[in-house]
Design a protein around this ligand. Structure first.
Ligand SMILES: C[S@@+](CC[C@H](N)C(=O)[O-])C[C@H]1O[C@@H](n2cnc3c(N)ncnc32)[C@H](O)[C@@H]1O
Length: 280
């Protein structure tokens, strides 16, 4: 009998359900995909180096559990944040797990809005983010340019818009990649890719030591956008200066683990991640 089969049998004997049935998909997502401390540090440092002053206000579009907005609130008592997401269920999770842990003063500096990012009416901010490729739901140049223009309108006069992107030859593959975590395996699946449309469907699954699986815990149907297209569309949407931040190689290691720095040339890495910073 395999190890997972043994574990599953043991759980059954004890009257316990399969691990996948009691897993919390939002918690597993955050542990696998997000690193809000690093992200928030990058936002603050980059804003200060581009604008010469600290940023105070942040708007997190497609905020999901609002983990980054809450981290922004936590790191400085002057910070304010707005989180926008269309899905009440994920916002509710964030409310119970992150926002509940803020003190009263922190909660007063945070605003959560359940709405479409295209229609939300909120005050202008220093930094606006659309991370984890969430804006790839916009699949045409017109619809993406329209969202970028809305994001630009949501910024103060010296505001910055941050997005991320991934690419490289592996992004055009149908593949599955597993990452082991304490108590579960995170599985990133690129389920389909169409080179004619650049339609890309991706799924996140989680697997547990008892062999049970949380299949398609999250599904994404995106267009795989390329960095030149994104830079052009941001400029067309009215941003004055658009800069790619490319990940530098760590000096001691060949693995790409270094900081993200402004760059005009990159390497043909088969699996890269980059940020784009667009100045209003
Ligand atoms: C990939 S998750 C991103 C979560 C988080 N921001 C992160 O960085 O990991 C995408 C989120 O976008 C939300 N979403 C999708 N379409 C939206 C829209 N039109 N307006 C607002 N939120 C939207 C989904 O509900 C989901 O929570």
């Amino acid at each position: 009998m395999s190890k997972p089969e043994k574990a599953q049998k043991q759980r059954k004997r004890k009257g316990l359900p399969p691990m996948a049935d009691v897993a919390d998909r939002h918690q597993l997502y955050e542990m696998s995909v997000q690193s809000v401390e690093t992200e928030v540090e990058f936002l603050g440092d980059t804003y200060r180096s581009v604008r010469g002053r600290p940023a105070i206000s942040l708007r997190e579009d497609f905020c999901g559990t609002a983990a980054a907005a809450c981290e922004w609130i936590k790191v400085n008592p002057e910070h304010t944040a707005i989180g926008i997401d269309i899905d009440g269920e994920v916002l509710e999770w964030g409310l119970n797990h992150h926002i509940a842990k803020l003190d009263d003063a922190g909660r007063a500096r945070l605003r959560i809005v359940e709405d479409d990012v295209l229609h939300a009416e909120v005050e202008p901010v220093d930094i606006l983010t659309a991370f984890n490729f969430s804006y790839w739901i916009f699949k045409t140049r017109d619809s993406l340019r329209n969202y970028f223009a809305i994001a630009r309108d949501g910024l103060k006069d010296d505001g910055l818009f941050f997005i991320d992107a991934f690419g490289g030859s592996e992004a055009h593959d149908v593949m599955e990649e597993e990452t082991e975590h304490d108590g579960f395996t995170y599985i990133w699946q690129q389920g389909s890719f169409d080179p004619i449309t650049h339609d890309l469907s991706c799924y996140i699954h989680f697997e547990f030591p008892d062999g049970s699986r949380l299949k398609r815990a999250f599904s994404y149907h995106w267009r795989l956008w390329m960095l030149p297209e994104l830079q052009e569309l941001l400029t067309e949407a009215g941003f004055s200066n658009v800069t790619v931040y490319w990940q530098q190689e760590d000096d001691d290691d060949d693995e790409e683990e270094g900081d993200f720095e402004p760059a005009t040339r990159g390497e043909p890495d088969p699996a890269w991640i980059a940020y784009i910073v667009a100045e209003k």
